[in-house]
Design a protein around this ligand. Structure first.
Ligand SMILES: Nc1ncnc2c1ncn2[C@@H]1O[C@H](COP(=O)(O)OP(=O)(O)O)[C@@H](O)[C@H]1O
Ligand SMILES: [Mg+2]
Length: 368
């Protein structure tokens, strides 16, 4: 008698549990007068590695497909971000947290220069409040299919796949549209979502309304009005009606020096280095650079993110000059030189790397 894969699986499961070995299958074959090869072929979809099968995995998937054949089931995993001990609250964080805590639908736009904790603050507010977060990194290519969803081919069948926006609507999660000013006009498919009405999935004839707690945050380097000075290459002018759907905008600036120092110290400790003095110097350095930048004396800026890169490089190379060097190499020669000279000013112990050393650092950097 030919036994179905399902029968074999259930039978094996009742005898040996969910995870079974080749030995279990051999024993079962002996009892059931079956061929080992035939049985393992039938169990191919449950195989996790050589000589090991897990009989639970597919079962769950199958049940889901049976109950809703045309829609891929929602992800079961927990989408609450993890708390990060190195996070230091500052600026708009308190307000962002309050908005999320209110559970009101209140689309919020956060604008500010790159690498100053916009994304991190939304993530950590959700972590602290135990709220689910779905983050979508927007690019010029992002379209309705990426956001709302579309049809996918699964096991030879066309099935509807919910995009992250639908997922967030149905779960009552926080939707983070990250770097939204990189979007094209295709983002306008979110208009009704931003009005709090949910969205009608015309391709499958289903209306998805927002579950309680659903809210939208958007981050951007600009205010969605483009950038004249060419500093934000790739940013686009967003549709005015689209921007009007955001009742509030927060302007995020770099943390104050004292706060930034606490951030760097926290990260240093996390990396097992204790060098408060270096953290202080780096913060002073970034502060001078930012002031010079706003006065028009320099074209580039050092972000909080880049300071964190320097601390990481320091934990790897145990060499301050090298850490700074490899982290500023990404800028053009003139800016790089200006940055190094400014560091020289805030740290008396610092020795400007010679041209030769600079070249070596650049080579080793490029190599890695
Ligand atoms: N409040 C903060 N506490 C600790 N680290 C921070 C904080 N803000 C920014 N950082 C550091 O800067 C990095 C960049 O922050 P991120 O939120 O990604 O910037 P962006 O504003 O570009 O979204 C983070 O990964 C983190 O290392
Ligand atoms: Mg970001």
């Amino acid at each position: 008698m030919a036994m179905s894969a399902d029968y074999i699986r259930t039978s094996l499961q009742s005898l040996y549990g969910d995870t079974i070995s080749a030995g279990d299958i051999r024993a079962w074959c002996a009892m059931n007068d079956s061929n080992y090869q035939t049985v393992t072929n039938k169990l191919a979809q449950y195989k996790v590695s050589r000589g090991s099968w897990n009989l639970t995995v597919r079962e769950k998937m199958e049940q889901k497909y049976q109950s809703s054949p045309t829609i891929i089931p929602a992800q079961e995993q927990n989408l609450i971000p993890e708390k990060d001990d190195t996070f230091v609250k500052f600026g708009n964080f308190g307000d962002i947290r309050k908005i999320i805590q209110s559970s009101l639908f209140y689309p919020t736009f956060i604008t500010g220069l790159s690498g100053n904790g916009k994304t991190f603050s939304v993530e950590q507010a959700c972590a602290q409040l135990g709220r689910e977060l779905i983050r979508v990194n927007i690019t010029i290519e992002t379209d309705e299919d990426d956001l709302i969803g579309g049809f996918r081919l699964v096991n030879g069948e066309t099935v509807w796949h919910n995009g992250p926006v639908i997922e967030a609507l149905e779960r009552g999660a926080i939707l983070l549209l990250d770097e939204i000013d990189l979007a094209s006009n295709k983002i306008l498919c979110l208009q009704s979502v931003l009005e709090g009405k949910g969205v009608f999935l015309k391709k499958i004839g289903k209306y998805v309304r927002p579950a309680a707690g659903f809210n939208v945050f958007a981050t951007a380097n600009t205010k969605g009005k483009g950038s004249d000075d060419g500093r934000f290459i790739g940013t686009n002018v967003l549709n005015e009606a689209f921007l009007e759907r955001f009742p509030v905008t927060f302007e995020q600036s770099y943390p104050a020096p004292a706060v930034e120092q606490r951030i760097l110290e926290g990260i240093s400790l996390d990396l097992g280095i204790e060098d408060r003095d270096f953290c202080k110097r780096l913060v002073d350095w970034a502060d001078i650079i930012r002031k010079t930048f706003f006065d028009g004396g320099i074209d580039e800026i050092i972000s909080t993110r880049r300071l964190v890169h320097v601390i990481r490089a320091y934990s790897i190379f145990a060499d301050k000059a090298k850490a700074i060097q490899v982290c500023v190499n990404r800028f053009d020669d003139e800016t790089k030189q200006a940055f190094l000279e400014l560091y020289d000013k805030v740290d008396v112990d610092f020795e400007m790397p010679s041209e030769e050393q600079q070249k070596q650092a650049l080579d080793s950097h490029n190599f890695s």
